[in-house]
Write a protein that binds this ligand. Structure first.
Ligand code: UDH
Ligand code: NGS
Length: 313
Protein backbone atom coordinates (compact mmCIF):
# COMPACT_ATOMS: atom_id res chain seq x y z
CA UNK A 1 0.00 0.00 0.00
CA UNK A 2 1.32 3.47 -0.82
CA UNK A 3 1.72 4.56 2.78
CA UNK A 4 5.02 6.41 3.07
CA UNK A 5 7.43 4.56 5.25
CA UNK A 6 4.91 1.88 6.13
CA UNK A 7 5.42 -1.82 5.72
CA UNK A 8 1.80 -2.68 4.92
CA UNK A 9 1.59 -5.77 2.79
CA UNK A 10 -0.92 -5.47 0.00
CA UNK A 11 -3.11 -8.28 -1.22
CA UNK A 12 -3.83 -6.23 -4.34
CA UNK A 13 -2.33 -8.87 -6.62
CA UNK A 14 -5.47 -10.82 -5.76
CA UNK A 15 -7.99 -9.53 -8.29
CA UNK A 16 -11.05 -11.37 -6.94
CA UNK A 17 -13.60 -8.85 -5.58
CA UNK A 18 -14.73 -9.45 -1.98
CA UNK A 19 -18.27 -10.91 -1.78
CA UNK A 20 -21.18 -8.58 -0.88
CA UNK A 21 -21.85 -10.72 2.19
CA UNK A 22 -18.86 -12.86 3.24
CA UNK A 23 -19.81 -16.46 4.06
CA UNK A 24 -17.87 -16.20 7.35
CA UNK A 25 -20.57 -13.98 8.91
CA UNK A 26 -22.59 -15.61 11.66
CA UNK A 27 -25.00 -12.85 12.79
CA UNK A 28 -25.19 -12.19 16.54
CA UNK A 29 -21.83 -12.15 18.37
CA UNK A 30 -21.39 -12.39 22.13
CA UNK A 31 -20.21 -9.14 23.69
CA UNK A 32 -19.42 -9.10 27.41
CA UNK A 33 -17.21 -6.73 29.31
CA UNK A 34 -16.44 -9.07 32.18
CA UNK A 35 -12.66 -9.16 32.26
CA UNK A 36 -10.05 -6.58 31.43
CA UNK A 37 -8.19 -6.97 28.16
CA UNK A 38 -4.43 -6.90 27.48
CA UNK A 39 -3.23 -5.43 24.19
CA UNK A 40 -0.57 -8.17 23.85
CA UNK A 41 -3.39 -10.74 23.85
CA UNK A 42 -5.37 -8.81 21.23
CA UNK A 43 -2.23 -8.62 19.12
CA UNK A 44 -1.61 -12.37 19.43
CA UNK A 45 -5.25 -13.09 18.50
CA UNK A 46 -4.99 -10.92 15.37
CA UNK A 47 -1.77 -11.92 13.58
CA UNK A 48 -3.00 -10.54 10.25
CA UNK A 49 -3.42 -7.00 11.54
CA UNK A 50 -0.51 -4.89 10.36
CA UNK A 51 1.33 -1.99 11.95
CA UNK A 52 -0.91 1.01 12.62
CA UNK A 53 -4.02 -1.20 12.96
CA UNK A 54 -4.31 -1.97 9.27
CA UNK A 55 -5.85 -5.00 7.56
CA UNK A 56 -6.26 -5.92 3.89
CA UNK A 57 -8.52 -8.89 3.12
CA UNK A 58 -7.45 -11.60 0.65
CA UNK A 59 -9.75 -10.10 -1.99
CA UNK A 60 -10.40 -6.67 -3.47
CA UNK A 61 -12.58 -4.74 -1.00
CA UNK A 62 -15.33 -2.34 -2.13
CA UNK A 63 -13.75 0.59 -0.28
CA UNK A 64 -10.82 1.59 1.93
CA UNK A 65 -12.03 2.46 5.37
CA UNK A 66 -10.44 4.77 7.94
CA UNK A 67 -12.13 3.98 11.25
CA UNK A 68 -11.85 7.09 13.41
CA UNK A 69 -12.33 7.14 17.18
CA UNK A 70 -12.47 10.44 19.17
CA UNK A 71 -10.61 9.81 22.40
CA UNK A 72 -9.28 10.98 25.74
CA UNK A 73 -8.56 9.00 28.92
CA UNK A 74 -10.55 5.88 28.03
CA UNK A 75 -7.74 3.33 27.85
CA UNK A 76 -9.74 0.36 29.19
CA UNK A 77 -12.59 1.11 26.74
CA UNK A 78 -10.09 1.24 23.89
CA UNK A 79 -8.66 -2.18 24.78
CA UNK A 80 -12.18 -3.66 24.82
CA UNK A 81 -13.05 -1.99 21.51
CA UNK A 82 -9.90 -3.31 19.79
CA UNK A 83 -10.51 -6.78 21.20
CA UNK A 84 -13.95 -6.96 19.57
CA UNK A 85 -13.48 -4.76 16.50
CA UNK A 86 -10.41 -6.33 14.89
CA UNK A 87 -11.95 -9.83 14.54
CA UNK A 88 -15.32 -8.28 13.57
CA UNK A 89 -13.85 -6.21 10.70
CA UNK A 90 -11.64 -9.01 9.42
CA UNK A 91 -14.60 -11.38 9.29
CA UNK A 92 -16.42 -8.74 7.22
CA UNK A 93 -13.40 -8.60 4.84
CA UNK A 94 -13.10 -4.86 5.25
CA UNK A 95 -9.90 -3.12 4.11
CA UNK A 96 -9.39 -0.82 7.11
CA UNK A 97 -7.07 1.10 9.43
CA UNK A 98 -8.01 2.18 12.97
CA UNK A 99 -7.19 5.78 13.94
CA UNK A 100 -7.48 6.97 17.53
CA UNK A 101 -7.68 10.78 17.69
CA UNK A 102 -6.57 11.76 21.15
CA UNK A 103 -7.35 15.26 22.44
CA UNK A 104 -4.20 16.81 23.94
CA UNK A 105 -4.48 18.64 27.27
CA UNK A 106 -7.33 18.83 29.77
CA UNK A 107 -9.57 21.52 28.26
CA UNK A 108 -13.18 20.96 27.20
CA UNK A 109 -13.66 17.92 24.93
CA UNK A 110 -14.76 18.36 21.31
CA UNK A 111 -15.87 15.12 19.67
CA UNK A 112 -16.77 16.44 16.20
CA UNK A 113 -13.59 18.48 15.77
CA UNK A 114 -11.49 15.42 16.66
CA UNK A 115 -13.34 13.46 13.98
CA UNK A 116 -12.54 16.18 11.42
CA UNK A 117 -8.86 15.91 12.39
CA UNK A 118 -9.07 12.12 11.96
CA UNK A 119 -10.39 12.58 8.43
CA UNK A 120 -7.59 15.00 7.43
CA UNK A 121 -4.78 13.04 9.08
CA UNK A 122 -5.92 9.65 7.72
CA UNK A 123 -5.88 11.07 4.20
CA UNK A 124 -2.21 11.96 4.67
CA UNK A 125 -1.50 8.20 4.98
CA UNK A 126 -3.63 6.75 2.23
CA UNK A 127 -6.42 7.88 -0.17
CA UNK A 128 -9.25 6.36 1.88
CA UNK A 129 -12.69 6.67 0.32
CA UNK A 130 -14.77 5.75 3.37
CA UNK A 131 -14.72 7.12 6.94
CA UNK A 132 -16.42 5.44 9.84
CA UNK A 133 -16.63 7.40 13.09
CA UNK A 134 -17.05 5.35 16.24
CA UNK A 135 -17.30 6.16 19.92
CA UNK A 136 -14.76 4.19 21.94
CA UNK A 137 -17.40 2.59 24.14
CA UNK A 138 -19.69 1.07 21.49
CA UNK A 139 -19.24 -2.53 20.41
CA UNK A 140 -21.35 -3.98 17.58
CA UNK A 141 -23.27 -7.15 18.46
CA UNK A 142 -24.03 -8.47 14.97
CA UNK A 143 -21.42 -9.05 12.28
CA UNK A 144 -23.95 -8.45 9.48
CA UNK A 145 -23.72 -4.73 10.37
CA UNK A 146 -21.18 -4.15 7.59
CA UNK A 147 -18.62 -1.40 8.29
CA UNK A 148 -18.29 0.02 4.80
CA UNK A 149 -19.84 3.04 3.08
CA UNK A 150 -23.24 3.19 1.47
CA UNK A 151 -24.90 5.30 -1.21
CA UNK A 152 -26.21 7.58 1.58
CA UNK A 153 -24.60 8.65 4.90
CA UNK A 154 -24.88 5.66 7.23
CA UNK A 155 -25.98 5.54 10.83
CA UNK A 156 -24.84 2.19 12.25
CA UNK A 157 -25.68 2.40 15.97
CA UNK A 158 -29.46 2.19 15.70
CA UNK A 159 -30.18 -0.22 18.53
CA UNK A 160 -28.08 0.35 21.65
CA UNK A 161 -28.64 -1.56 24.86
CA UNK A 162 -28.86 1.73 26.83
CA UNK A 163 -31.87 2.81 24.72
CA UNK A 164 -33.60 -0.58 25.00
CA UNK A 165 -32.28 -1.56 21.54
CA UNK A 166 -34.28 1.18 19.81
CA UNK A 167 -33.55 4.54 18.20
CA UNK A 168 -34.02 7.23 20.90
CA UNK A 169 -35.45 9.60 18.23
CA UNK A 170 -35.82 9.46 14.46
CA UNK A 171 -33.02 11.98 13.76
CA UNK A 172 -30.49 10.30 16.06
CA UNK A 173 -27.08 10.07 14.36
CA UNK A 174 -24.82 9.41 17.37
CA UNK A 175 -22.48 6.62 18.37
CA UNK A 176 -21.26 5.12 15.11
CA UNK A 177 -21.75 6.70 11.68
CA UNK A 178 -20.06 6.51 8.28
CA UNK A 179 -19.67 8.73 5.25
CA UNK A 180 -17.89 8.26 1.96
CA UNK A 181 -15.32 10.92 1.10
CA UNK A 182 -17.77 12.42 -1.40
CA UNK A 183 -20.56 12.60 1.21
CA UNK A 184 -18.20 14.06 3.83
CA UNK A 185 -17.03 16.79 1.43
CA UNK A 186 -20.62 17.59 0.43
CA UNK A 187 -21.44 18.60 4.02
CA UNK A 188 -18.13 20.45 4.61
CA UNK A 189 -17.19 17.81 7.21
CA UNK A 190 -18.35 18.14 10.80
CA UNK A 191 -18.80 21.25 12.99
CA UNK A 192 -15.75 22.47 14.96
CA UNK A 193 -17.67 24.58 17.45
CA UNK A 194 -19.47 22.09 19.70
CA UNK A 195 -17.45 22.15 22.92
CA UNK A 196 -18.60 19.69 25.59
CA UNK A 197 -21.31 17.08 25.43
CA UNK A 198 -24.29 16.93 23.06
CA UNK A 199 -25.73 18.27 19.85
CA UNK A 200 -22.79 17.73 17.48
CA UNK A 201 -24.32 14.49 16.18
CA UNK A 202 -27.63 16.31 15.58
CA UNK A 203 -25.74 19.00 13.67
CA UNK A 204 -24.15 16.32 11.48
CA UNK A 205 -27.58 14.80 10.84
CA UNK A 206 -28.87 18.26 9.91
CA UNK A 207 -25.95 18.77 7.52
CA UNK A 208 -26.82 15.54 5.69
CA UNK A 209 -30.54 16.15 5.31
CA UNK A 210 -30.50 19.97 5.12
CA UNK A 211 -28.42 19.84 2.02
CA UNK A 212 -31.58 18.62 0.35
CA UNK A 213 -33.81 21.19 2.05
CA UNK A 214 -31.35 23.98 1.28
CA UNK A 215 -31.91 23.44 -2.41
CA UNK A 216 -35.67 23.48 -1.95
CA UNK A 217 -35.39 26.55 0.25
CA UNK A 218 -33.27 28.47 -2.19
CA UNK A 219 -35.66 27.94 -5.00
CA UNK A 220 -38.70 28.72 -2.83
CA UNK A 221 -37.20 32.14 -2.22
CA UNK A 222 -35.68 32.40 -5.67
CA UNK A 223 -37.12 31.33 -8.95
CA UNK A 224 -39.75 29.01 -7.55
CA UNK A 225 -42.05 28.95 -10.56
CA UNK A 226 -39.31 28.27 -13.09
CA UNK A 227 -37.88 25.36 -11.06
CA UNK A 228 -41.16 23.67 -10.32
CA UNK A 229 -42.20 23.92 -13.93
CA UNK A 230 -38.89 22.58 -15.16
CA UNK A 231 -38.70 18.87 -14.27
CA UNK A 232 -35.09 18.57 -15.42
CA UNK A 233 -33.87 21.20 -12.95
CA UNK A 234 -36.04 19.70 -10.21
CA UNK A 235 -34.49 16.25 -10.76
CA UNK A 236 -30.98 17.70 -10.54
CA UNK A 237 -31.85 19.44 -7.27
CA UNK A 238 -33.35 16.39 -5.59
CA UNK A 239 -30.48 14.15 -6.73
CA UNK A 240 -28.05 16.35 -4.79
CA UNK A 241 -29.87 15.72 -1.50
CA UNK A 242 -28.96 13.01 1.00
CA UNK A 243 -30.91 10.81 3.35
CA UNK A 244 -29.57 8.80 6.24
CA UNK A 245 -29.46 5.03 5.71
CA UNK A 246 -29.59 2.52 8.56
CA UNK A 247 -29.38 -1.24 9.15
CA UNK A 248 -32.39 -3.11 10.55
CA UNK A 249 -32.72 -2.76 14.29
CA UNK A 250 -32.13 -6.51 14.77
CA UNK A 251 -28.72 -6.07 13.09
CA UNK A 252 -27.60 -2.59 14.20
CA UNK A 253 -27.35 -3.72 17.84
CA UNK A 254 -24.66 -2.38 20.19
CA UNK A 255 -23.45 -2.85 23.71
CA UNK A 256 -22.13 0.27 25.42
CA UNK A 257 -19.44 0.06 28.08
CA UNK A 258 -21.02 1.65 31.14
CA UNK A 259 -19.34 4.84 32.30
CA UNK A 260 -19.90 8.13 34.08
CA UNK A 261 -19.76 11.48 32.35
CA UNK A 262 -16.11 12.43 31.83
CA UNK A 263 -14.46 15.46 33.35
CA UNK A 264 -14.38 18.41 30.93
CA UNK A 265 -17.22 17.02 28.85
CA UNK A 266 -20.13 18.75 30.58
CA UNK A 267 -23.31 19.37 28.57
CA UNK A 268 -22.82 22.24 26.13
CA UNK A 269 -25.39 24.92 27.03
CA UNK A 270 -25.22 26.42 23.51
CA UNK A 271 -26.10 23.20 21.73
CA UNK A 272 -29.82 23.88 21.16
CA UNK A 273 -29.18 27.30 19.61
CA UNK A 274 -26.36 25.84 17.55
CA UNK A 275 -28.40 22.98 16.07
CA UNK A 276 -31.16 25.40 15.11
CA UNK A 277 -28.66 27.25 12.91
CA UNK A 278 -26.91 24.43 11.05
CA UNK A 279 -28.41 25.64 7.77
CA UNK A 280 -26.51 28.91 8.06
CA UNK A 281 -23.31 27.71 9.76
CA UNK A 282 -22.49 24.50 7.87
CA UNK A 283 -20.78 26.11 4.92
CA UNK A 284 -18.41 28.23 7.03
CA UNK A 285 -17.85 25.95 10.05
CA UNK A 286 -16.36 22.61 9.10
CA UNK A 287 -13.54 21.15 7.09
CA UNK A 288 -12.86 24.54 5.44
CA UNK A 289 -12.30 26.27 8.82
CA UNK A 290 -10.52 23.44 10.67
CA UNK A 291 -7.41 24.54 12.61
CA UNK A 292 -5.32 22.36 14.89
CA UNK A 293 -1.77 21.51 15.90
CA UNK A 294 -0.61 17.96 15.44
CA UNK A 295 1.28 16.98 18.61
CA UNK A 296 2.33 13.48 17.53
CA UNK A 297 1.40 10.53 15.41
CA UNK A 298 2.38 7.10 16.72
CA UNK A 299 2.03 3.89 14.81
CA UNK A 300 1.19 1.02 17.21
CA UNK A 301 0.57 -2.62 16.29
CA UNK A 302 -3.21 -2.36 16.70
CA UNK A 303 -3.94 1.28 15.87
CA UNK A 304 -2.52 4.61 14.75
CA UNK A 305 -2.58 7.19 17.51
CA UNK A 306 -2.93 10.85 16.62
CA UNK A 307 -2.52 13.32 19.48
CA UNK A 308 -3.82 16.74 18.61
CA UNK A 309 -4.12 20.15 20.19
CA UNK A 310 -7.49 21.50 19.09
CA UNK A 311 -7.17 24.64 21.20
CA UNK A 312 -10.06 26.00 23.26
CA UNK A 313 -13.52 27.42 22.51
N1 UDH B 1 -14.75 10.69 24.72
C1 UDH B 1 -13.52 10.36 25.28
N2 UDH B 1 -13.13 11.00 26.40
C2 UDH B 1 -13.87 11.95 27.02
C3 UDH B 1 -15.11 12.27 26.46
C4 UDH B 1 -15.54 11.60 25.33
O1 UDH B 1 -12.80 9.49 24.76
O2 UDH B 1 -13.42 12.48 28.03
C5 UDH B 1 -15.14 10.09 23.43
C6 UDH B 1 -15.38 8.60 23.48
O3 UDH B 1 -15.10 8.03 22.23
C7 UDH B 1 -16.85 8.54 23.78
C8 UDH B 1 -17.37 9.67 22.88
O4 UDH B 1 -16.35 10.66 22.95
O5 UDH B 1 -17.41 7.31 23.48
C9 UDH B 1 -18.71 10.25 23.28
O6 UDH B 1 -18.68 10.74 24.60
P1 UDH B 1 -19.56 10.15 25.79
O7 UDH B 1 -19.32 8.65 25.82
O8 UDH B 1 -19.34 10.90 27.03
O9 UDH B 1 -21.01 10.42 25.33
P2 UDH B 1 -22.22 9.60 25.75
O10 UDH B 1 -23.36 10.33 25.10
O11 UDH B 1 -22.27 9.68 27.35
O12 UDH B 1 -22.04 8.15 25.44
C10 UDH B 1 -22.55 10.87 27.99
C11 UDH B 1 -22.43 10.72 29.48
C12 UDH B 1 -23.39 9.72 29.96
C13 UDH B 1 -23.41 9.65 31.43
C14 UDH B 1 -24.23 8.48 31.82
C15 UDH B 1 -24.32 8.31 33.27
N3 UDH B 1 -24.94 7.03 33.56
C1 NGS C 1 -29.62 14.15 22.53
C2 NGS C 1 -28.36 14.95 22.26
C3 NGS C 1 -27.43 14.12 21.39
C4 NGS C 1 -27.13 12.80 22.09
C5 NGS C 1 -28.45 12.07 22.39
C6 NGS C 1 -28.24 10.78 23.17
O1 NGS C 1 -30.49 14.86 23.33
O2 NGS C 1 -26.22 14.83 21.17
O3 NGS C 1 -29.30 12.94 23.16
O4 NGS C 1 -27.53 11.06 24.34
N1 NGS C 1 -28.70 16.20 21.59
C7 NGS C 1 -28.75 17.35 22.25
O5 NGS C 1 -28.47 17.48 23.42
C8 NGS C 1 -29.19 18.56 21.45
S1 NGS C 1 -27.04 9.91 25.29
O6 NGS C 1 -28.19 9.29 25.88
O7 NGS C 1 -26.24 8.99 24.50
O8 NGS C 1 -26.18 10.54 26.32
O9 NGS C 1 -26.31 11.97 21.30
Amino acid sequence: LPNEGSTWISSRNNTEPCPEKPSSLVGPVTVKFVKSVKLEEVQAENPNVQLGGHYSPPCVAKDHVALIVPFRHREEHLRQLLHYLHPFLQKQQIDYTIYIVNQFGEKTFNRAKLMNVGYVEALKDFPYDCFIFSDVDLVPMDDRNLYHCYSQPRHFAVAMDKFGFRLPYSGYFGGVSGLSKVQFLKINGFPNNYWGWGGEDDDIYNRCVLLYLNFLFSFVHGTFIIHVRNPLIFCRITLNGMKVSRPDSNIGRYRMIQHHRDAKNEANPKRFTQISKTRWTMMTDGLNSLKYQLVKKDVYPLYTNITVDIETP
